[in-house]
Design a protein. Structure first.
Ligand SMILES: *[C@@H]1O[C@H](CO)[C@@H](O)[C@H](O)[C@H]1NC(C)=O
Ligand SMILES: *[C@@H]1O[C@H](CO)[C@@H](O)[C@H](O)[C@H]1NC(C)=O
Ligand SMILES: *[C@@H]1O[C@H](CO)[C@@H](O)[C@H](O)[C@H]1NC(C)=O
Ligand SMILES: *[C@H]1O[C@@H](CO)[C@H](O)[C@@H](O)[C@@H]1NC(C)=O
Length: 347
């Protein structure tokens, strides 16, 4: 009897231990959901740091950057999870920065106060009719590989130089990567301000006055204001005759221009930092703050019209450094103001 009793007692103890154990496991799972999410995010941040070669100066900086990274990743994931979208957001090399920080150094399009409206000029493509349904200058050897402006507000130089590369390739048959650094370091006589911003017509004006521009190989980009190297400045490899503006606020006119050569355009870029792919049709204003290059246009299989734009945020961003943006939106200004201030060099 005593023997059986002992056995029952052991069994009871055993059950108590199992039940307590299970409930503890359940309880700890519940309590730690947030924590394990955080741990997961810490791991993702570490992996991201390795992928993009990011090093922080101390633990405080790392913790601060981690919190921004986490917030951005959570936003990106909730945006992508939210049903039918024509574009996707993604994690990229900018994900540990706030949009205020990014605005400060990436958006270097600054039209000077005086003469703030773009000048009216002749428009050589006014009577080009009809124009093709779609154009992609990348397939015609008129666009160099995507570049990276780095921590420098020199988008305006990349936009302008990209347009010069385009017209130079179209007229000579030679695609040559040209020097943004020359424009950043040498176009400093009052119009443009290097890494602190500038505008594309200012760059065209400089290139024209200088008698041309040298190559990327001769005068490589290093994302600093630098001091103008006159030896390289005068080793011209591509010339322009002048530049013109596309008549403002009319996407049909902009199509005519893009059908004929890559065009420098200004946009408001604040909504684009986490863009990954698709046709961007999100909320966007008209405070032009970024210079980019329109290299084509087309229509998706679902009938959405878009522009193809080359950015200067490296190839990790967007569709290999490019983005597509909805074309033909009501007011004529174009989404993000793409039709407000478009210009191109002539050759
Ligand atoms: C970057 O290039 C400019 C212009 O050539 C030069 O003055 C400057 O010293 C360079 N900076 C670095 C960090 O290489
Ligand atoms: C836009 O330009 C086209 C010519 O390319 C013209 O037919 C049309 O009327 C213009 N639209 C507006 C709103 O000015
Ligand atoms: C076209 O629509 C289909 C179905 O709605 C969708 O799955 C597909 O992603 C769309 N394609 C493009 C290029 O937008
Ligand atoms: C530009 O300056 C000349 C003369 O000082 C140097 O010989 C070059 O090396 C320099 N070029 C660049 C790209 O720095």
């Amino acid at each position: 009897m005593a023997f059986t009793g002992q056995k029952q007692y052991n069994l009871a103890i055993f059950f108590v231990i199992v039940v307590v154990g299970i409930s503890q496991v359940v309880l700890s799972r519940k309590l730690n959901d947030d924590e394990s999410n955080n741990l997961d995010m810490v791991g993702r941040h570490e992996q991201w740091m390795v992928k993009y070669g990011r090093v922080y100066k101390d633990d405080e900086e790392k913790q601060k950057r981690f919190l921004i990274f986490k917030k951005n990743v959570e936003y990106i994931e909730s945006f992508n999870a939210g049903g039918d979208k024509s574009y996707k957001l993604g994690i990229n090399h900018l994900t540990d920065k706030t949009s205020e920080e990014l605005k400060a150094y990436l958006n270097g399009f600054k039209r000077p106060q005086r003469g703030s409206t773009p000048p009216t000029t002749t428009f050589k493509y006014a009577n080009v009719d009809p124009i093709p349904e779609s154009v992609d200058w990348r397939n015609k050897g008129a666009v160099t590989p995507v570049k990276d402006q780095g921590d420098c507000g020199s988008c305006w130089a990349f936009s302008a130089v990209g347009a010069v590369e385009g017209i130079h390739a179209i007229t000579t048959g030679h695609l040559v990567s040209l020097s943004e650094q020359q424009v950043v370091s040498c176009d400093t006589h009052g119009r443009d301000m290097g890494c602190s911003g500038g505008f594309m017509e200012g760059a065209f004006q400089y290139i024209w006055e200088n008698g041309g521009i040298t190559s990327e190989a001769n005068y490589p980009y290093n994302a600093t204001d630098g001091v103008c190297n006159v030896t390289e400045e005068t080793s011209v490899v591509a010339e322009i005759r002048g530049y013109e503006m596309v008549p403002a606020n009319n996407e049909t006119q902009l199509m005519k221009a893009v059908a004929n050569q890559p065009i420098a355009v200004a946009i408001e870029a604040d909504s684009l930092f986490s863009y990954e792919s698709g046709v961007f049709d999100g909320k966007c204003g008209y405070q032009l703050d970024h210079g980019v290059l329109a290299v084509g246009y087309g229509t998706t299989e679902n009938g959405t019209d878009y522009w193809i734009i080359k950015n200067s945020w490296g190839t990790n961003w967007g569709e290999g450094g490019y983005f597509r943006m909805k074309r033909g939106i009501g007011a004529g200004l174009g989404l993000c103001g793409i039709a407000m201030d478009a210009s191109y060099p002539t050759a």
